[in-house]
Design a protein around this ligand. Structure first.
Ligand SMILES: [Zn+2]
Length: 196
């Protein structure tokens, strides 16, 4: 396989990029100064080598603790539980939430072989006592799997001293947090309910 074909296939694996776009990007990279392509390559290497999960919340970071966990102004008594680290960016964009996060690393999906042990649920339970958490807000996506994941986590927490809430269904069903605008996310957080 030629280098051109190789890069085109790699780019075509990225979400939202078809074969045609991948080929266009490859030829664009060939036309630009070599130094620029080298910078892109080095950034990609740095991304895979330097970015790691936060020791506390599993957000992605280059430090042992992510900037949110390291910020003393955040309210450590409220945890917002999300599926992916990218969901944190969506909620932060809304600018309303002042607590900390916990990234599960996915959602329960028996068909794909993802069970509770594949998510950071144990680490979540272990944080509650030592960190003095008073409320856990379940902000998994409003999809079938996201709901099932929220229900599972809620059951693990039931009977404990921690208040468990679920973000409101202002978000379109099946829609990801990623695509919701800041106002919708802020409303879904404000209208959160106790899970029974
Ligand atoms: Zn963190």
């Amino acid at each position: 396989m030629s280098v051109i074909d190789e890069l085109t296939s790699e780019l075509a694996r990225l979400p939202g990029i078809g074969r045609k776009t991948a080929l266009r990007l490859t030829y664009h990279l060939l036309r630009q100064p070599a130094a620029q392509s080298r910078r892109l390559a080095e950034t990609l290497v740095a991304l895979t080598e330097r970015v790691r999960p936060c020791d506390r919340c599993f957000n992605l970071t280059e430090q042992p603790l992510c900037p949110l966990c390291a910020d003393p102004r955040r309210e450590a008594t409220v945890l917002c539980v999300v599926e992916e680290a990218s969901d944190i960016a969506s909620i932060e964009r809304a600018g309303e939430f002042r607590g900390l996060y916990h990234v599960l690393g996915g959602r329960l999906s028996p068909l794909d072989g993802v069970g509770p042990d594949d998510l950071s649920i144990g680490a979540l339970l272990a944080r509650l006592g030592p960190e003095g958490v008073q409320e856990v807000i379940l902000a998994t996506n409003p999809s079938l799997e996201g709901e099932a994941t929220a229900l599972y986590v809620q059951r693990q927490l039931a009977g404990g001293a921690v208040r468990v809430t679920r973000i409101a269904r202002g978000l379109p069903v099946g829609g990801d947090l990623e695509y919701a605008d800041g106002v919708t996310i802020a409303q879904a957080l404000a209208a959160r309910r106790e899970m029974l």
